[in-house]
Design a protein around this ligand. Sequence first.
Ligand code: GDP
Ligand code: ZN
Length: 460
Amino acid sequence: MEFDTIAAISTPMGEGAIAIVRLSGDEAFKIADRVYRSGGKQLQSVPSHTIHYGHIVDPKTDETIEEVMVSVMKGPKTFTREDVVEINCHGGVVSVNRVLQLLLREGARLAEPGEFTKRAFLNGRIDLSQAEAVMDLIRAKTDRAMNVAMNQMQGRLSRLVQSLRQEILEILAQVEVNIDYPEYDDVEEMTLNMMMEKSQYVRDEVEKLLRTSEQGKILREGLSTVIIGRPNVGKSSLLNSLVQENKAIVTDIPGTTRDVIEEYVNVRGVPLKLVDTAGIRETEDIVERIGVERSRQVLKEADLILLVLNHGEELSDEDRRLFEAVTGMDVIVIVNKTDLDQAIDLDEVKQLSGDHKLVTTSLLKEQGVDELEEAIASLFFDGAVDLGDGTYVSNSRHIALLHQALQAIEEAIQGAEMGTPVDMVQIDLRRTWEILGEMIGDTVQESLIDQLFSQFCLGK
Ligand code: GDP
Ligand code: ZN
């Protein structure tokens, strides 16, 4: 395939003052050489996969724009499989931009969002689910979310889906045998048995993958967390301390409008989405303000409840009602204001808390917050929300396709059970195979590809 040479600013993950201008395409070396100065060195003639020190100079004015390190990578052993030049700048946004502008003037075209990844896909470097993982990686909010994205990018999910498709192909092949030799009865029976066995295996695996999607979603979107408690117990103080101690997660992705009533924080690798915090902040009492029914709804949708009590006051009926409202949920009970004389009945608190974790804090004196964070992390990692290092499905398109695949394979199994002619069952199997193929981009239409890649941010 032939493409023109594209360029964009591609800032690496994480912090740091370094920014990268990336060039990809047939003319990448030639265009870079027009602006790169380092003695008489020509990037076109250096060995592939080497890094070079030098300056970016405007050839028209001889003005030096940036001091740089330039990586030279010859295709096809590159991300896009094309010739790639990466110019590492350290002078901040302004000079990086000037380097980019210079390259555009000297013959490169500004890359569209996701165009580098799109090329990697179109040049056969990665499959679609890997490409989508790149997108997730760009959006990954915490280290753990990044691991999921990394795994997926390395093709674990793709390999799994491929192997399931292989199973289905084997069944289909067997069906062909059956159709070719209809006179042998035992072939028919063997085919049905084998069809059943393998189909059930595929179904189980698809179900397993779907079960991981809930965790994948939590990793991507954050553990939806609601802080509840009577007025004045310290809810706002708790929120502030969580936000201050754990740098709020900021996204640098253009086009993602951040909802003002949600705050994202990263507590020891656990992404928390503190829900409706603006509301809680202003109204002091979520239950009173929005009514019992509505607040039940908010609570029901939460993954984690932080229930705050006041050490310096007796338990009230309202406190007891809050315990009732959150039965069966993941709750951490926080007895705050331990700096005040004890008025609360801790035995009753323990009894009401049951299996929930109990933490004492004095937010005023900044005590107990570490223990609270510990409790959140352990609840998340070895509690109800179990996260190994396995393969997670966290992409909503994948989840939708898996649901479709599950339905198709179940229809195949039912058909086989009811003695439907084998070649009818074959249709459902073929459909399952196609749906799974769509996950990894084998049978995907052009428009879908464009739509997917336009979601990427610039420079990837
Ligand atoms: P909210 O109404 O539940 O949101 O409670 P706030 O966070 O607004 O706190 C109510 C009051 O209690 C404020 O004056 C806080 O400074 C104070 N406060 C919060 N935590 C503590 C604590 O641990 N000890 C004491 N003595 N006061 C606290
Ligand atoms: Zn408050």
